[in-house]
Design a protein around this ligand. Structure first.
Ligand code: GDP
Length: 530
């Protein structure tokens, strides 16, 4: 034991490392900004570069990236709230699912699922929710835009229960329906936060905290309805329970309107009081790295082009144990080589601050750390390796061709960088060789982001031609040649070395299986996988 041991435990207990997951336009930027305003981490609205008034398209997303909006450049924002220190890790703001999103979620200990009151659970909410479920990340639900006409609170709870199989346990309940919102009933205190609206979210909303008697006098039937509905729900077992929440069986539910700063305080309190602290992390050999062990961290995201003037490459690491001190030399587990941490930063909106120390749960950006890749482990003194991040089976495929042959070097460099970032997965096909790699993605929007970034950041314009593959299989390396000769099949090797066979569709696959009964062909996924 060293003198640092106790602080590591104390500091990690204060940490809440979370992400907000939502479908685009549910209000993630607005809520983020409102939380920062509320926690007084920023002093005016607009300090976080939001996306007001945009339509959610790829080009806008690229525009946001250029403007260094919050959803792209600040991988994590840290701010104190009460006795806790909240690390808010950003998930990419575009509507398609990407590997990058999954990697980011591997760095958090809890998530806020933000739902638009009028729309309920949308496709991207469901996908992100599913990732949280797979990773065992507890979820706090916030139903936003309650100032607008929308669905009833009860029908939204039903939808959460039916579609996520999480038991929704309301901790606040709206007084007045969506569109005629009077305030919130705090379920645990039975008091009401009655709102006086403010406009534009520029200031912290005015509200008075009144007791049940005064609420009844002021709101009459609306208050009584809220009280009755909560009672009914509780009688049916919809009650918050820490153990089921942490086990991913239930989700506490809050209501609000982020744009008016309504319910934002509750969201922050929920994070502070309910979300788990940084806990010991599982290592590759199935053991756990104790919080007070010497420093260790893993890289969950690598991003290039954050600062167009410098063409930076920043590796973001999450501290898993011990104390990180800027300047310390640690070991890069994959290569066994020393790694100096002179350029350690925390990013806040557009600004960078050097970070002098960090504790378990914190996110630190290491600038120009060219040797670091997502999934890498860094450690001090006691060797450790954290498990590799699982990869997705892509569902859409394109052949990548350079549109300007004089940009060969830039082309290769861009491909390597964006593959590493997880924007797309690059694969080498024996048939096509190195000059024409295949890009795979889970969502086709990724290809547009890929092409736009190749041109904007690497000056390497590309052409992408669709490939008609819908089924992805696992095969043995010895069979690659034979199977690769089949019609409507192509054998590729992903940049991580994994071999995959792409097949046009499941009918064709069945034919190929019949032609080669002795070869192992295991279906992994793809657009038409069962
Ligand atoms: P994101 O795509 O999830 O980051 O969503 P934004 O934060 O950009 O919000 C999308 C739109 O919804 C913007 O026009 C916001 O002003 C609006 N919005 C966000 N929260 C609320 C809310 O509580 N009530 C209403 N009426 N509009 C909201």
């Amino acid at each position: 034991m060293t003198v640092d041991d106790v602080p590591a435990r104390d500091e990690s207990l204060r940490r809440r490392t979370i992400a907000v997951i939502s479908h685009p336009d549910a209000g993630k930027s607005t809520l983020t900004e409102a939380m920062l305003l509320h926690a007084r981490a920023i002093s005016e609205a607009g300090a976080v570069h939001g996306k007001r008034g945009r339509a959610s398209t790829v080009s806008d997303w690229m525009e946001i990236e250029r403007r260094r909006g919050i959803s792209i450049s600040s991988a994590a924002i840290q701010f104190p709230f009460g006795d806790t220190v909240i690390n808010l890790v950003d998930t990419p703001g575009h509507s398609d699912f990407s590997e990058d999103t999954y990697r980011v979620l591997s760095a958090v200990d809890a998530a806020i699922m933000l739902i638009d009151a009028a729309k309920g659970l949308e496709p991207q909410t469901m996908r992100l929710f599913e990732v949280c479920r797979l990773r065992g990340i507890p979820i706090i639900t916030m139903i936003n835009k309650w100032d607008r006409p929308g669905r009833t609170a009860l029908s939204l709870l039903d939808e959460i229960r039916d579609r996520t199989e999480l038991l929704p346990t309301p901790l606040t309940w709206p007084v007045g329906e969506a569109g005629y919102f009077r305030g919130l009933l705090d379920v645990s205190t039975q008091r009401m936060q009655r709102f006086a609206r403010t406009s534009g979210g520029a200031t912290v909303a005015d509200w008075d905290d009144i007791d049940a008697e005064e609420a009844l006098a002021s709101e009459g039937e609306l208050w009584q309805t809220a009280v009755d509905e909560v009672e009914l729900l509780q009688a049916d077992g919809y009650e918050h329970d820490t153990d089921t929440f942490l086990a991913g069986i239930s989700t506490p539910v809050y209501f609000g309107a982020a744009v008016h700063n309504i319910g934002v305080h509750h969201a922050l309190e929920a994070v502070s009081a309910l979300a788990p602290p940084a806990l010991p992390r599982e290592t590759s050999d199935g053991a756990q790295r104790a919080i007070d062990a010497p420093f260790s961290a893993y890289v969950f995201k690598v991003q290039t082009g954050l600062d167009s003037a410098h063409r930076d490459r920043i590796a973001f690491m999450r501290v898993c144990s011990g104390r990180f001190e800027r300047g310390m030399t640690v070991t890069h587990e994959r290569t066994g080589r020393p790694f100096a941490t002179k350029y350690a930063h925390q990013l806040f909106g557009r600004d960078r601050e050097t970070v002098d120390e960090a504790w378990p749960g914190d996110v630190v950006g290491l600038v120009n750390a060219t040797m670091l890749r997502p999934g890498d482990t860094l450690y001090d003194a006691e060797p450790v390796q954290f498990p590799e991040m699982p990869r997705f089976i892509p569902e859409h495929f394109r052949v990548v061709r350079s549109a300007d042959m004089s940009k060969h070097k830039q082309f290769r460099k861009g491909l390597a960088s964006l593959d590493e970032e997880g924007v797309v997965q690059l694969m080498r096909s024996e048939r096509r060789g190195d000059g024409e790699p295949i890009a795979g993605a889970v969502g086709p929007l990724q290809f547009e982001v890929f092409a736009a970034r190749m041109e904007a950041e690497f000056s390497a314009p590309i052409r992408l031609d669709a490939l008609p593959y819908e089924t992805v299989c696992d095969i043995d390396a010895d069979d690659a040649e034979v199977l690769g000769r089949e019609r409507e099949c192509e054998v590729v090797t992903r940049s991580d070395g994994r071999m995959l066979m792409l097949v046009s569709n499941s009918y064709r696959l069945r034919v190929v299986q019949r032609l080669h009964p002795d070869r192992r062909i295991t279906i992994l996924g793809g657009a038409d996988a069962a």
